[in-house]
Design a protein around this ligand. Sequence first.
Ligand SMILES: Cc1cc2nc3c(=O)[nH]c(=O)nc-3n(C[C@H](O)[C@H](O)[C@H](O)COP(=O)(O)OP(=O)(O)OC[C@H]3O[C@@H](n4cnc5c(N)ncnc54)[C@H](O)[C@@H]3O)c2cc1C
Length: 452
Amino acid sequence: MLPEKDIYEVAIVGAGVCGTALLYTLSNYTNVNKIALLEKNQAVALVNSHQNSNSQTLHFGDIETNYTLAKARKVNLAASLVKNYLLRYDPQQEIYTKYHKMVLAVGKEQTEQIRKRYQEFKQLFPELRLIERQEIQSIEPKVLQGRDTEEEILALYTPEGYTVDFQKLAQSFVNNALNISNKTIELMMGTKVKKIETKEDLLYIQMDRKTIAAKAVAVTAGAHSLLLAKSMGYGQNYALLSVAGSFYFAPEMLNGKVYTVQLQKLPFAAIHGDPEVHDRRHTRFGPTAKVLPMLERHNYSTVWEYLQTAGLSLAAFKSFWKILSDPVIFKYILKNFIYDLPFIGKRLFIEEVRHIIPSIKLSELQFAKGYGGIRPQIIDLKSQSLEMGEAKIVGDRILFNITPSPGASTCLQNAQDDTRRLISFLGEEYTFDQERFLADLASDELCQSQSV
Ligand SMILES: Cc1cc2nc3c(=O)[nH]c(=O)nc-3n(C[C@H](O)[C@H](O)[C@H](O)COP(=O)(O)OP(=O)(O)OC[C@H]3O[C@@H](n4cnc5c(N)ncnc54)[C@H](O)[C@@H]3O)c2cc1C
């Protein structure tokens, strides 16, 4: 039997940008009074939400050419919540920088694709414009420098680009939660959750050094969410393809984000170049996409955990085989594997970068050592297919979020959905003031579409 002080209304496992967005939403917009945030590292957002791990882009779906219109609509509404949060709470722009962005089409096939896409997407994104060679040159001179004058190029352009330090965003969510004075919010850092068990009306959470209990639990532990779900008997239909992403650095070359056209089949954002969030003198190119048997990048103790999560069953092997033997995916994965290798990697990757900056020299490109994270791409073992985005597993008074890209852009939407579910787990005396949440953070369209 645990003492009363160790029993919480809600416990959140994992303090990345998703767990902290949930903490902010629960503490500000519900009558939940006692919340614990449990994190294995000593500070928030040191894994995928860290500034060095991801591409720092607030994805709206306007220039991500692998998104369908339906997916773009969903992501746009979700990313708008983060944008409005930033505009409200970060007037000094310490968390984000506003840059323009464009997707560059090179050659006949891509330019036709972009023209068609513009017709389909312009209503959803009124700021979006098609720009021709001359305008591209005035906005991004280096994109035209050294380019074959015969080469057909076109871009989809928008001034609405946000580069975000998601680690700082996570810290801001925590600070805003702690500002609510009449609530008990316990941050338990440096403590790893080992096991979660349901016993009667409580969930017991066993950590390295202590055990606590909660009436409802949200697991927002990135790739580890699936490991914890499986240990409780949930999510048996899923496996993970861990896709690491690395980056290359170059000196100042771009004024905003320049994306390339992505293949429809792939669930990752295409390779792009952009200035660093806090220092425009550095241009970052990437991310690459390399399959690795790990749950966390640069953390080799997670190899064994990955093998447990993958669940090395016949169904899992069949699914991996089916996905990776697709010629488009196989070629892409193989090429991306080489990009990370010393010597040859840079020489191959520069060909990708030259689609953006034709005149870039080999000596200007440098592998960003220690940068990059892992996108836990979800494999549905029933359909033997690679899912496009996040997955949520809902159990008995517990939910689990697995968050590949664009999980940081959708963190507040996810938090809103999870808050609704957690409130329903807790019972009738608990309420979520969604109207105030949307009034604070949503654009008019979002309020209408979600009319609470
Ligand atoms: C190369 C790359 C580029 C990307 N680019 C973008 C982008 O431009 N825009 C975008 O929106 N998204 C992007 N993403 C995705 C984005 O980074 C993630 O979706 C997002 O950071 C997920 O946040 P999270 O809080 O769910 O996970 P994380 O930030 O990984 O946080 C999970 C937390 O859980 C903790 N944890 C795990 N297990 C336990 C345990 N047992 N006990 C206690 N704590 C635990 C971890 O220590 C960690 O702090 C990118 C990802 C990669 C890898």
